[in-house]
Structure formats: structure tokens, C-alpha cells
Design a protein around this ligand. Structure first.
Ligand SMILES: Nc1ncnc2c1ncn2[C@@H]1O[C@H](COP(=O)(O)OP(=O)(O)O)[C@@H](O)[C@H]1O
Ligand SMILES: [Mg+2]
Length: 440
């Protein structure tokens, strides 16, 4: 998780977290209090993850150890705990096989987080061992019960949780919580200006205010609408006109009873008309369709590129150059983000929801996208192939264990989709079954 250089506002929330965590106060050897928890609750796209990332970035000097965990599935939590155990040198890559053990080792360290004895520390006047200050962030706790096995039960660190599930209220001890409101109008205009890449003199404040108000100062909507304005080269009045027309057409879907309806139903339906296969070209739309089935946080571009000539999906780019230009379109629209090193992408879950909803109108097409996604994941999954002499030869370029953790969440995401699908038999191919089996 990297700091967002475009981050705006939210100082009030950062202050609230500081009040509870009190960074800067030295850690002690007493466990009696347990971890101090702060939960950021709110709708998808309202900016929870951004605040957690910003907090981590702002306060990194105050902590000896910070852990960022993807808490939307136990597969990812297990993977993250394992990585932490290895980073803390509680176990080694080769010996780490049992996820319960990794978890217990990490929990043990969190309960009594001894700092390594450097000469400076050992000669200091304070007697006894020195405790590390730690911050653990669980991002996207979508079901309140998922943390039951992972929440640090002992130890005096800070736990920051982001969740859209109101049932999380009351689930964890020492709780402090904020239900995140949308941005203030001033913050929203500031975000819009940044997303439009406007210079100081550009953009009328009055028009920008009108636009962000229509978008309920909802950060994700501002990001996406600014992407549309830029990529379609619309003027601000031109956009307002289009948007109003679109709203009146879409009224049918949304009862407009406030932000909830707006952001979950109305918002998605409205975007549908702008990211659909009618509006987007085949290349960008087919990439987006595949992305809708993957884990949104970290999408390795290798997945698309490894076997790009043979992807069984109509309209999917067939060369790296075509892929790049199709992808650029999605980036321009701000619906897909490329990480700095340019080998990983990410998107927001709301984008995936919108695209999946669209795809659902055509089950044959969903099936084709699903199959193509399985094909792509199989092309990067390092199958162990038995060789004649009985040993295992590794299929793929890197070593099996380096590559697995990154691909696993995508297989998990496909499996999750499969389990909820209405016409399961349509998706159950041998290739999919093999992938699921390999992933354990
Ligand atoms: N304070 C902020 N400053 C700048 N951009 C923001 C801010 N809050 C949200 N965003 C934008 O909105 C998007 C969605 O926010 P995110 O934190 O991922 O939402 P959530 O975690 O609540 O679903 C982000 O990718 C970012 O582009
Ligand atoms: Mg989030």
C-alpha cells in the first residue's frame, strides 16, 4: 500500500485516530490493556482505505512495525500472516507450511513484541527488554466475523480496521469508531481539481461545486466522473448537461432517497451507461471484463501478457502493443490504476460490481470471460509437472513458491464467483477444477 500523492482533507478523521492511538507514547511491557482498536466504517468508495493508508504514511515514524493486511478473505489473511512471520524471522520461507502455526507465532510476537537488542538499546538505562510499538491495519473487513481468528488478542499495539459492515460495531474490544461521511464540499472540489489535473486558474469554482454536489461529494464518483470528463474531453457545463440527462433517464432505477441508494444502486446504474460495451471499445471492455473476475487489489500484468496470443476471448488484445493501448484507455478513465513499477494494476470493487452486473445480462458472455480468465491464470500458475525420473519439474519461469502467493487471491476470487453462480455447470471446466485443486 503506497501513499496517495493526491490525498485530500480528512484531517478531522486523522485527529480522531490520533486521539485514540496516541502515537508517540512509548510502549510498555504490560499486556493488561490489550490492543487499542479504531474502526473506519462506511460505504464502498467513500475513502476508508485511503485514510488508513494516509494514517500509516503520516505516522510511520511513530511505530517500529506496521502490518497491512487484506482482510476480505481468510486465504489472504493466512498469506499475509505467513509473510509477517517470515519478515519477523519467526519462521523461514522453506519451513512455513502450516498457516495456524504462522498465525500463532505472529500473535505471540504481537503479545510481547521484543525489539532486537541493538548496542544502543542494551546500554540504555531503562532496565528490562524494550517493546516495539506496532500498528496492524485490517483493510476491507467485509464480514465482521472474519477477524475472529486473526485479531490480536494480546499485546498493546494499535489496530486500525476498515469495514463496510455495520455489524462490526461492538465486535472488538477497546473500540472507537467513525462512520465516514462523504468529503466536505471544499475537499470534494479540491479532489475534483486534482483529478482533472487543473492548474490553479482553470475550472470555475461555481461549476466545480455544482458538479461535486451532484456527486454527493463521494470520492469514488468524483474520481470516475473526472475520468469521463477528461477522456471524452467534455467541458464542465457539457458534462453537467449530459449528467442531468442521464439522471432523468435513470430515475427509474433509483428512488433517490439519499446517498445510500445513490452510491450503491443509482451510482452503479448511472455508470453502467458510461463503461458499457456500447461506449467502450472491444479491447478495453474485454480487459475490464476479465479484471471484474480477479482480485482487485493487485493484478499482475503477467496474467494478461504471458499467453496473450492465445486468449480465448473475443476482442481481447492479441499483442502487448494492443494491450497497452487498450489499457491506457481504462487508465485515462481512472477506472484502473497502474502501480508505479508498471507491472501491477488495481481497481475498485465498485467498478467490478458494475461490470459484473452488465455481463450478467448475457450468460454466454460471462461464461466466455470466466473461461478466458481461467486460461490466463493457468498460464501464470506454476504447475508442478511430474517428470520421467519421478521428480517435479517446474512449469513457468519463476520458482513455484515465489509466484503462488500473488496468484492465489485471483483463484480465490474466481472460486467465490463460482460458488455464488446460478448456472454452476456452465463454469465447471477441467482447467478450472485443476486450478482450484492446485491452489488447495
Ligand atoms: N481523501 C481522499 N483523497 C484523495 N482521493 C480519495 C480520498 N478518498 C478517496 N479517494 C479516491 O476514491 C477512491 C476510493 O476510495 P477508497 O479509500 O478505496 O474507498 P473505500 O476503501 O471506502 O472503498 C480512491 O481510489 C481514491 O482515488
Ligand atoms: Mg477499501
Amino acid at each position: 500500500m503506497k501513499a496517495n500523492t493526491e490525498f485530500v482533507g480528512r484531517l478531522d478523521i486523522i485527529d480522531k485516530i490520533d486521539d485514540v492511538f496516541q502515537p508517540g507514547v512509548p510502549a510498555t511491557d504490560q499486556d493488561s490493556l490489550g490492543a487499542t482498536t479504531f474502526t473506519i466504517l462506511g460505504l464502498s468508495g467513500i475513502g476508508k482505505t485511503q485514510i488508513a493508508a494516509q494514517y500509516m504514511f503520516l505516522r510511520k515514524e511513530e511505530y517500529d512495525a506496521i502490518f497491512w493486511l487484506q482482510a476480505d478473505s481468510t486465504v489472504k489473511l493466512d498469506g499475509d500472516f505467513k509473510q509477517i512471520a517470515i519478515r519477523l524471522e519467526l519462521e523461514t520461507q522453506e519451513l512455513s507450511t502450516d498457516s495456524n502455526l504462522s498465525r500463532d507465532l505472529v500473535q505471540g510476537w504481537l503479545a510481547r513484541p521484543l525489539k532486537p537488542m541493538t548496542p544502543a538499546i542494551s546500554s540504555s538505562k531503562t532496565p528490562g527488554p524494550v517493546m516495539a510499538r506496532w500498528l496492524m491495519i485490517f483493510d476491507n473487513v467485509d464480514q465482521s466475523s472474519i477477524l475472529d481468528d486473526y485479531f490480536p488478542k494480546h499485546g498493546q499495539g494499535n489496530v486500525l480496521i476498515t469495514s463496510k459492515d455495520p455489524r462490526i460495531r461492538g465486535a472488538y474490544v477497546h473500540r472507537a469508531m467513525v462512520t465516514l461521511p462523504p468529503l466536505s464540499v471544499t475537499e470534494a472540489v479540491c479532489l475534483f481539481r486534482k483529478m482533472m489535473k487543473f492548474q490553479d486558474h482553470q475550472g470555475s469554482d461555481q461549476l466545480m461545486t455544482e458538479i461535486v454536489r451532484k456527486l454527493h461529494c463521494f470520492p469514488l464518483a468524483i474520481l470516475h466522473m473526472a475520468g469521463i470528463i477528461r477522456s471524452q474531453r467534455l467541458s464542465l457545463p457539457g458534462f453537467l448537461k449530459l449528467y442531468d440527462e442521464d439522471c432523468s433517464r435513470q430515475e427509474f432505477y433509483s428512488d433517490d432517497s439519499g446517498l445510500e441508494a445513490e452510491s450503491i444502486h443509482g451510482y452503479s446504474k448511472r455508470l453502467t451507461s458510461l463503461w458499457s460495451h456500447d461506449t467502450l471499445e472491444k479491447g478495453p471492455f474485454s480487459i475490464l471484463s476479465v479484471i471484474a473476475f480477479l482480485d482487485p487489489e493487485t493484478i499482475q500484468e503477467d496474467i494478461f501478457l504471458t499467453d496473450i496470443k492465445n486468449i480465448p476471448l473475443h476482442g481481447f488484445p492479441s499483442s502487448p502493443i494492443d494491450y497497452r493501448s487498450a489499457l491506457n484507455h481504462l487508465i485515462e478513465l481512472s477506472i484502473v490504476t497502474v502501480h508505479v513499477d508498471r507491472t501491477e494494476l488495481s481497481t475498485h470493487r465498485t467498478v467490478q460490481d458494475v461490470i459484473r452486473t452488465q455481463l450478467h445480462d448475457n450468460i454466454m458472455h460471462v461464461k466466455e470471460v470466466f473461461k478466458a480468465t481461467v486460461h490466463m491464470l493457468s498460464s501464470v500458475w506454476p504447475y508442478a509437472v511430474p517428470t520421467v525420473d519421478g521428480s517435479y519439474q517446474l512449469h513457468g519461469r519463476r520458482t513455484r513458491w515465489d509466484q503462488c502467493p500473488g496468484i492465489l487471491p485471483h483463484i480465490g476470487s474466481l472460486r467465490h464467483y463460482f460458488e455464488g453462480a446460478e448456472h454452476k455447470h456452465k463454469f465447471a471446466t477441467l482447467k478450472f477444477a485443476t486450478l482450484i485443486m492446485e491452489a488447495g
